[in-house]
Ligand binder design. Structure first.
Ligand SMILES: Nc1nc2c(ncn2[C@@H]2O[C@H](COP(=O)(O)OP(=O)(O)OP(=O)(O)O)[C@@H](O)[C@H]2O)c(=O)[nH]1
Ligand SMILES: [Mg+2]
Length: 308
């Protein structure tokens, strides 16, 4: 497997030998370890049927929808993004969680919020990572009385128009994931090596943790109030993008059915990505931690008991 991957990466993706070899070794090890573990010596995690909440959700209009958007240096995108979200309807509100972006993103949002009561902001004093930006935003959205809480990037990788489809699917299920890897989903323009890395991360998380999703690492989601309030957000230990996997894991272990809605993920056109090698390493570490220590706080407190 290692050799095949190595040959594929050097011939098709045109990677340097050293890079190709490292990626091939890592991928082969993870796949090998995952397959051995799940099929030979590890029992699958099991549900406690009493903890599975009803999948249906019957919102009473007007529905309060809050879109939580973490930002760091997104001044090129944020104004247009907020306009697009708010144009979807009066029931949409936006909550930006900005980490004192040096490029003035926070000032733009503050100015817009001064004239539009549907725009809110949490301003944090320094760059503290995606995970805590989201958990702070989720807690605030719940306090504000949101019925549906959406999460999305601010770089137009997630199409604001898809919020409608995610929200519609949330009437049948408490947790809706925008998925690049179900029929109808797409990642146009991605080079082969990026597809490979993304697939390896997804398959590893799926096989090792058993999360029944095609897109475990994506960040475009819609949560019902019931689901989000039922998750032990205080137990999240990720700081970066691994947060997306950890939240899916918590939701699944809480017994919430996870529904995937196809999305097209576009690469950002403006601003700079914050993705880095250390974030990738954290993702691998979080998957290993959850795999090796499948006990988690939600087991002591079922979602049905804790949801308001
Ligand atoms: N508040 C806050 N937001 C962050 C932080 N890191 C990233 N973000 C935001 O999280 C979202 C996703 O980050 P991106 O840089 O687009 O990373 P990505 O989508 O994984 O990578 P690309 O596909 O290369 O864009 C963006 O809206 C960022 O501005 C952070 O430390 N704090
Ligand atoms: Mg992005």
């Amino acid at each position: 497997m290692n050799l095949c991957l190595f040959l594929l990466l050097t011939s098709v993706a045109d990677l340097h030998y050293l890079q190709a070899n490292l990626i091939a070794i890592a991928a082969a090890s993870v796949i090998n370890f995952g397959m051995s573990a799940s099929w030979t010596w590890r029992a699958r995690p099991s549900f406690v049927s009493a903890s599975i909440p009803e999948s249906g959700w019957a919102p009473q209009p007007p529905v309060k929808r809050i879109v939580v958007i973490p930002t760091y240096n997104e001044s090129a995108n944020i104004r247009r993004l907020l306009e697009r979200i708010l144009s979807l309807g009066r029931d949409y509100e936006a909550l930006v969680v900005d980490d004192s972006s040096p490029d003035g993103t926070g000032e733009i949002v503050a100015a817009l919020a001064a004239s539009d009561p549907r725009i809110h902001m949490i301003r944090r004093c320094a760059k503290m990572g995606l995970a805590s930006a989201y958990t702070d935003g989720f807690r605030m959205a719940l306090k504000m009385g949101a019925d549906l809480i959406y999460q999305m990037d601010s770089d137009f990788s997630h199409d604001p128009d898809d919020l409608r489809r995610l929200g519609e699917a949330a009437t049948a299920s408490n947790v809706v994931i925008g998925s690049r890897y179900v029929a109808g989903g797409a990642t146009p323009g991605w080079p082969l090596h990026r597809r490979l890395v993304s697939q390896i991360a997804n398959q590893s998380a799926r096989v090792l943790l058993g999360i029944p999703l095609h897109d475990v690492t994506g960040g475009f989601k819609c949560w019902s109030r019931r689901a989000l309030a039922g998750l032990p957000l205080d137990s999240i230990r990720s700081t970066g993008f691994a947060f997306q996997v950890e939240m899916n894991y918590l939701a699944w272990r809480s017994g919430f059915p996870l529904v995937e809605v196809p999305i097209t993920f576009e690469d950002r056109k403006a601003g700079r990505s914050k993705a880095s090698l250390s974030i990738g390493i954290e993702m691998a570490a979080v998957v290993c931690r959850l795999f090796l220590n499948p006990s988690w706080p939600g087991q002591r407190r079922t979602a049905r008991q804790s949801a308001p």
